[in-house]
Design a protein around this ligand. Structure first.
Ligand code: KG4
Ligand code: ZN
Length: 313
């Protein structure tokens, strides 16, 4: 629950254990999991927030898996109808862009890097509600690359945290993996990096020190690729702040390198706490709250997020 841009409670009902045996998200299980977990999570969030009056109920419109989105939408609209308040649909990625605002006052324009299991989007946010997607991945999303490389390393799902943990014990210069730069565009590409890990392994599953070194070397290449393009875009479009969002924004090396290079280039780098990087309802409530407060003034539309779900350019 969010009130005036401040977090009153944040309950995340994780489905990681449910999907881990399949090494990826199973859409049907995800939808059923949402059906079971949604109302207990809502009850807990209300309890944690304490007494107060609810002004609106927010839900994620997409992009995302159709089943879980539908469960969320129907539940939010039902609650809103019962409470006699509006139900506000929010673009998932707008939530990630604004998550940092739950803890920091941002200076606009903001250059936002949204890196998750499904997206790698570089977004110029001129003001809240005014977004331009400058670039995105041409192939794998950053999180998807982490998850696929983790599988090559024989690690579990989700791969990001598994690689992150082992990378802390490894040497990032052990293997010089490529930093695909996609010159002349603001797009990213991670399939080449993933393929070079595949060729390097030649079918072996690394263990011990070699595994740690490979995790650190892959992580360094992924982080550098993301950071250098984001900082260059922030310079070019005269952003004041750089923000990160999405599950991969929880990555230790990405956070450290973005802070180091972004601040050296004169930007304020604002990182959401890790729980606000991975998918969470608080960022959706906050984005809806901003829209609700701005009413008709919000460029993209009155209350319901007018950003198209598939492409939000
Ligand atoms: O935003 P998110 O929670 O869900 C989507 O909307 O996709 O992102 C999930 C992704 C997964 O691919 C996971 O491996 C990655 O975020 N991830 C990480 C870390 N924690 C989660 N990647 C790198 N390092 C991490 N510490
Ligand atoms: Zn997400």
């Amino acid at each position: 629950m969010v009130e005036n841009g401040r977090l009153r409670s944040n309950v995340v009902s994780s489905q990681t254990a449910l999907h881990a045996p399949y090494r990826g998200v199973v859409p049907e299980l995800a939808a059923r999991g949402h059906l079971n977990n949604l109302m207990p999570a809502v009850a807990r969030a209300l309890k944690d927030a304490g007494p107060g009056k609810i002004g609106a109920v927010a839900y994620t419109r997409g992009p995302g898996l159709m089943g879980p989105l539908l469960v969320g939408k129907v539940a939010a609209q039902t609650l809103a109808r019962l409470l006699g308040v509006p139900a506000l649909g929010v673009n998932h990625l707008e939530g990630h862009v604004l998550a940092a605002e739950l803890e920091h006052t941002l200076r606009w324009p903001v250059m936002a890097l949204v890196v998750s299991g499904g997206h790698t989007d570089l977004v110029l946010a001129r003001a809240p509600g005014d977004y331009r997607v400058l670039g995105r991945t041409r192939d794998d999303a950053a999180g998807e690359a982490y998850d696929k490389v983790a599988r090559l390393f024989g690690l579990g799902y989700p791969g990001g945290p598994e690689i992150d943990r082992r990378a802390a014990k490894g040497n990032p210069s052990a293997v010089a993996f490529p930093r695909p730069s996609m010159p002349g565009t603001w797009d990213f590409s991670f399939s080449g990096l993933k393929t070079s890990v595949l060729y390097h392994l030649k079918g072996r599953v690394p263990k011990g020190r070699e595994l740690h070194d490979l995790c650190a070397s892959f992580q360094e290449a992924a982080a550098e690729t993301l950071v250098d393009k984001t900082v260059a875009a922030a310079r070019k479009f005269k952003a004041k702040d750089i923000v990160l969002g999405g599950g991969v924004a929880a990555n230790s090396r990405l956070r450290a390198l973005m802070t180091e290079r972004g601040e050296a280039a004169g930007f304020q780098v604002r990182l959401p706490a890790r729980v606000l990087c991975t998918d969470n309802a608080a960022m959706i409530a906050h984005a809806a709250g901003r829209r609700f407060a701005a009413k008709g003034a919000w460029k993209a539309g009155p209350c319901d997020s007018a950003l198209p779900v598939r492409s939000w350019k």
